[in-house]
Structures are given as structure tokens and as C-alpha cells.
Design a protein around this ligand. Structure first.
Ligand SMILES: *[C@@H]1O[C@H](CO)[C@@H](O)[C@H](O)[C@H]1NC(C)=O
Ligand SMILES: *[C@@H]1O[C@H](CO)[C@@H](O)[C@H](O)[C@H]1NC(C)=O
Length: 352
């Protein structure tokens, strides 16, 4: 996949959508009205094969925190039509898709309803936003799920931590107010992580201001203003796994207006989702010393430094943080989801 998006005329698509829904047709086309962009072809949702809204049943709320589903939540919050998200288990026999969050299954807080007979055509979706190391044991769940929901680009429903959307922006001087060269916020410091090793090596060459455990504590409200005073932000993931790119990039660095220095999956994974010229990847340097030298040179050369902000004229960052948005997203691609599929070895699939 390459970094290419399409933008389109919202009004035109809404009219087209209404026309086609009236005639009971669902058209194979991206739902552009809501998100303005799509990275993969999807389809409009009008209804399921029984001519009723698509019903998504969430079996249990992730981390035990429930959100309101009152009203037509997908339409009201995200302008996604024909999508009914419910959390009452009594809706099981009406559900087109039942979603299960891995964490509670792995830690035995919840169980799969293996005693219930699945209505024909009902699909079960496995959902996790954790890196494989934090999923717990996935092996018991072989041959049970039909769909996957994860940050992975090859999941049936991809749930990124954030994404960019096109905009017509102004070029601002983001090099102002910088007082720290490199900043790092880390709450879970583990010397065995690769990121801790790179941090130690890099701190031998450049000044790194560190926040978080054992260092200056940073209340949530101060996070982005603090990062905005740094030329560079270490968006280092704690787990190195395919496509695992979290809010450390999307929120901390991008919304904090610092240039991200990333450590995580391969550069190609970042290139597939992040604008070119918007980040510096540790693996693109032969040594940490060379990286350090590069950062010092950039900070001293305003013109070159500003090149890393050029993308902001055309793109803005959108976070995806609400579980309801993730559930509603199923409907935007309902008609292009695999009709019959079984994850016979979910452990193998989820462990890359
Ligand atoms: C720099 O600081 C000034 C004063 O606090 C503020 O108005 C301005 O928006 C800041 N500029 C940037 C690019 O952060
Ligand atoms: C979903 O998976 C189950 C369990 O393996 C399987 O029996 C069923 O046929 C699958 N359904 C669909 C629609 O793929």
C-alpha cells in the first residue's frame, strides 16, 4: 500500500447515497462523507440482507468501561448510516456480527458464549489493539472467529490509533518556542526494551529531557504543551511489532508539534500510514551516533528543520480513541468483509 488518499465532495456523495438506498442498492464505494478519506475500498451501508440495519453486538466492553449507545449512535457521532451497535446480550440472535475484546477473554473475566447456537451467517469478530506480547494466550481461540479487528493493516477491520486526513492548511512557523532538543515521555521504563537501549546510547550524544516514571511527572494537560517546546520527540514503541504505531506518534509527537523520532516497526510500515517527510526513523541510520549528529544539525538549520512540517499544510491528524467509533467502522465496510472465513490459527495470525 502506498500513501495515497482520495478526497471528495461530501454533499454529492450524500445525495448519491440517499438515491441508492431508496432503491435498496448498496454501492461499492467508499464512505467518503464521514471521513473524507479511505485507504481501502469499502462500501456504503444501507442494510443487511434482511433489509434491516446491520446489527453489531459488543459482547463485553473493553477494560470494563461502558459508553452510552443511546440513539442512533453511529449516525449521531460519526454520520455512519444503517448501523445499530448494541451491548445487550439478549440481541445475540439478531446480531450480524458479535465483537469480543481479547483482553477480558485472555484473563478469564469474560467467556465466549459457546453454549449458544450461532444464527446462520452471524460472524464473530476478534478485537485487540494490543501488541502480541500483551494479548495473553490466543491459542484457545482457534477456529472460532471469522473476522479480526486490530491496528494491523491486514486485519479485516483496521483500527489505527490515528490517521491523517486531507486539509487546506496554512504553513505555520513550528520552529518557534523550542527550548529542548530531544524529549521523551515514558511511564513504563523497562531496561530490556530496545527503546531503553537506544535512549541510553542516544543520550551519550545529545541532551534528552525525560519525563515520566522517576523523572519529572507530567499531568495529562501539560503533555502536549511540554512536547511542543521540544525540537524532537522520541515516539518509541514499547513493543516492536508489525504496524504497531500508537498514540506516541499520532498524539504525542504530531499533535505536540515536535518532529517524531520513531522506533517501532520497519520504516515501510510508517511510510504506509504517515506522510512522507513527517518523521525520522531510527533504523534509517547506520548508528545511533549518526542519528544524534543528524538531530543536532537539523535543530541548527531552521530551513531543513521546517521541511519536517511541510506535510501539515495538506494533512491533519485525527485520533481514533472511542470504542464506539471502532465498532461503527465495521459498518462502513460491511459489504466488503469476507463472507465466510474462519481464523483456524488466530495465534499465528496475531503473533507477528
Ligand atoms: C509560541 O508561543 C507563543 C506565546 O506563548 C504562542 O502565541 C505561539 O502560538 C507559539 N507558537 C508555536 C508555533 O507554538
Ligand atoms: C464463522 O466461524 C465459525 C466457527 O469456525 C464457522 O462455523 C462459521 O461457518 C463461520 N461463519 C462465517 C459466516 O464465516
Amino acid at each position: 500500500m502506498t500513501f495515497s488518499f482520495q478526497a471528495s465532495d461530501t454533499t454529492g456523495h450524500i445525495l448519491l447515497y440517499l438515491l441508492l438506498c431508496v432503491t435498496q442498492l448498496c454501492l461499492l464505494y467508499g464512505w467518503i462523507g464521514h471521513s473524507k478519506i479511505r485507504t481501502q475500498p469499502g462500501s456504503f451501508v444501507c442494510e443487511n440482507s434482511n433489509h434491516t440495519p446491520v446489527t453489531i453486538l459488543l459482547w463485553h466492553w473493553p477494560f470494563g468501561r461502558a459508553y452510552s449507545l443511546n440513539g442512533d449512535i453511529c449516525w449521531d457521532l460519526y454520520k455512519i448510516p444503517g448501523c445499530k451497535v448494541v451491548d445487550q446480550r439478549s440481541e445475540f440472535s439478531n446480531a450480524d456480527i458479535v465483537v469480543f475484546h481479547q483482553r477480558e477473554l485472555a484473563f478469564k473475566k469474560q467467556q465466549l458464549p459457546l453454549n449458544l447456537v450461532r444464527p446462520p451467517g452471524q460472524r464473530w469478530a476478534w478485537m485487540s489493539l494490543e501488541a502480541p506480547q500483551h494479548n495473553g494466550d490466543v491459542r484457545p481461540f482457534a477456529n472460532l472467529f471469522n473476522l479480526t479487528m486490530s491496528y494491523r493493516r491486514d486485519a479485516d477491520i483496521t483500527l489505527p490509533y490515528g490517521e491523517v486526513q486531507p486539509q487546506d492548511g496554512e504553513m505555520e512557523d513550528f520552529s518557534m518556542n523550542k527550548s529542548n532538543l530531544v524529549c521523551w515521555v515514558v511511564s513504563n521504563f523497562d531496561s530490556r526494551h530496545r527503546r531503553s537501549k537506544v535512549y541510553r546510547q542516544l543520550s551519550a550524544f545529545v541532551q534528552i529531557t525525560r519525563y515520566g516514571s522517576n523523572y519529572a511527572r507530567l499531568p495529562a494537560a501539560n503533555l502536549l504543551p511540554t512536547i511542543s517546546r521540544c525540537y524532537f520527540y522520541l515516539a518509541f514503541e514499547n513493543s516492536i511489532s508489525k504496524d504497531y504505531i500508537t498514540e506516541k506518534l499520532w498524539r504525542n509527537a504530531y499533535l505536540g508539534r515536535a518532529v517524531p523520532v520513531v522506533l517501532g516497526p520497519a520504516p515501510e510500515d510508517y511510510n504506509a500510514v504517515a506522510p512522507p517527510g513527517s518523521f525520522i526513523h531510527v533504523d534509517d541510520f547506520a548508528s545511533v551516533k549518526e542519528l544524534g549528529t543528524y538531530l543536532q544539525e537539523l535543530a541548527a538549520d531552521k530551513h531543513r528543520y521546517m521541511e519536517y512540517f511541510r506535510w501539515r499544510k495538506d494533512w491533519k491528524v485525527k485520533m481514533m480513541t472511542d470504542w464506539r467509533e471502532r465498532l461503527c467502522k465495521i459498518c462502513t465496510q460491511y459489504h466488503s468483509l469476507p463472507q465466510s472465513k474462519v481464523y483456524s490459527d488466530l495465534h499465528a495470525w496475531s503473533n507477528v
